[in-house]
Write a new protein. Sequence first.
Length: 223
Amino acid sequence: MLRFLLLGLLALHVPALGLAQTEPPPLLGHVEGKTYTAPNGAFRITIPVLPELGGVVSDSENVVVFQDQYSVHIIIASFAQDATQRWEFSTRGLKDYLGYFFYNFVLPDYQRTYKDVSIETADFAPQLLDGSLLVYALLPGGTMFRHRLVEPSPDAPVPIAKRGNMIFVRNGFVYVISLELAERVTEGRLYRLSPNEENEVIRNRLADVIHNMEFARAAGRAP
């Protein structure tokens, strides 16, 4: 079942290129002021985009995407662990389970959309939310900021987007938070960050997302 739920991650991911031209469908989650609450009750978060910058929120039952026209494209997916996932979690241990979840459910979604996707690095961070897996993926042609390319000509090299993915378990939910490092494709020849510096920037931005989230106390209970 998780496989089909996770298809929503990239189903919401891909249409972002038409952000300025299309009206987003009605939200399943709830927005009150500057706060978004997930429809499955897993979390709520201060909305990280501004309408003044073309900020849009779109969601499904388990996935929400926050995006604007300039530098923000954040995906948050949350899934209540069913009996099978609870068994996998209890028998594998946290570190192995997070790797199992990413490579069996998240990576195949990327591969169906971007055939040349590759994993640059994957690191387990025991100090983040009692243990998180950080995966940095390279996606040729996978940027959500194609409209901001400095060199958009047909002869220009295919831009290679870089996304950071953070996978962790919290109170009976598995979370996948993913964001693109927009500057990698929007700054053109001026871009100078090394892979390690990119990872540090992405990790800090993921930490900022977490800082603005409030999690449900248990699966099925609102924050």
